[in-house]
Design a protein around this ligand. Sequence first.
Ligand SMILES: [Zn+2]
Length: 129
Amino acid sequence: MGAYNVLHTKVTCPNCTSGYTGRIQFKVGEVWQYDYQIGDVLKVTPGDTALLGVDVMVYGISENPVCPACDFSNGEEYDILIKDLTIVECKLMVDPSLYLSVNQGCYYFLPVGPKTQPGQLNEAPGSKF
Ligand SMILES: [Zn+2]
């Protein structure tokens, strides 16, 4: 049982198209059961600048993937896009393998400027200034 934050976001059931509020757990920034919605600014530990000014994709896992209207089981894994600490969007995960072996599988940095090869995403971003 680790701590995690929760993103409350609207999920549209692909089976019956009804919407409901999904609870998506994720671990990035300061992790302490904080509740977030799309558009919120992520809390980070004071002095932690790793996520400032960069885009990260965060691994999210749904607490309630089953549609309350039709019992259809939606996807459990989500990509949560965070740009410069602002939670921008949350979509069904495209490629879980992108999370392997980086940052405990919790998130990965998106390439900025020249393309960065997967697996070499640990160079310090934000070195623009
Ligand atoms: Zn449904």
